[in-house]
Design a protein. Structure first.
Length: 277
């Protein structure tokens, strides 16, 4: 099954181009509370999208889903409204999926799920060591539709130098096994276009297929619309980039089919051998 591709933007024109090129989910990123402080100095996307952005994008897309990352669970203050108000506004604006970031306790997740109350789909962003420590308890909660592993913050939490160390050392795999056992769709991290990225996108995609992942974020380097402004160029980048990703996926699926078919072949042969004994 093809990976669901997510792209972060609050620009309706870019969202429409992305959708037409084959992006499955337009990612509106409303998270800003505490993010700049913990990711200071990192070359990461720090958006400050709004509920109005959701409404504007809802008007122009027809096939892609809208996923919205809200802020971590918080009370109201002079600077911002409460999580309950924020989430209610996001649902009313037309979000298909709401993502909870940077949680550390079971209570935060429980609160999030209670506010949502099955009015829309949910996705947890596992990106703190504390969340990893209590993941078994979290997975026993009802109402979790999907999970994504956020490699940027999680690698920071573990004091790593490079976020994909967590892919190499088995951290991501151990989590994926737990998610799979619960039957919850999951994904992790982001990718650039094929042939690009410090760790090449094609190698990361192969890991997604090996681990049974279902979604991935297209990173800023896939198409940096802060630098590239010409819409025809953006359109070409999306079309070529997504075509390359899908071609890589077909290669992965061919190999997966090879091993699946061999599994059934071995099972049939063993059955025949047993019958002859």
């Amino acid at each position: 099954m093809a990976l669901k591709l997510m792209y972060i933007t609050n620009n309706p024109e870019i969202a429409k181009i992305a959708e037409e090129a084959g992006v499955d989910r337009i990612f509106v990123d409303m998270e800003y509370i505490g993010k700049a402080k913990r990711q200071g100095g990192m070359d990461t996307v720090q958006s400050h999208h709004t509920v109005e952005d959701i409404k504007r994008i809802r008007e122009v897309i027809h096939k892609a889903e809208i996923i919205v990352r809200v802020n971590p669970i918080h009370e109201a203050s002079e600077e911002y409204c409460s999580s309950e108000t924020e989430i209610n506004d996001v649902i009313e604006a037309g979000a298909d999926i709401i993502m909870l970031p940077y949680f550390k306790t079971l209570e935060e997740v429980t609160c999030f799920l209670k506010i949502i109350n099955k009015r829309t789909r949910t996705m947890l962003l596992v990106e703190t060591p504390e969340a990893v420590d209590i993941i078994d308890d979290i997975l026993n909660l009802e109402g979790i539709d999907e999970i994504h592993i956020g490699l940027n913050d999680l690698s920071l939490g573990y004091g790593r130098k490079f976020m994909f160390e967590l892919l190499a050392d088995g951290t991501v795999e151990k989590l994926c096994v737990k998610f799979k056992m619960k039957g919850i769709p999951y994904g992790f991290g982001g990718i650039a276009s094929i042939g690009h990225g410090e760790l090449p996108a094609e190698d990361i995609i192969k890991e997604h297929y090996r681990l049974g992942s279902t979604c991935v974020i297209l990173s800023r380097s896939f198409c940096n619309t802060e630098v590239i402004k010409e819409q025809n160029q953006i359109k070409c980048i999306f079309e070529d980039g997504i075509r390359g990703i899908r071609e890589q996926e077909r290669e992965c699926e061919n190999y997966a089919s090879y091993f699946r078919n061999n599994k059934y072949l071995v099972a049939d042969l063993v059955k025949k051998i047993i019958q002859e004994k």
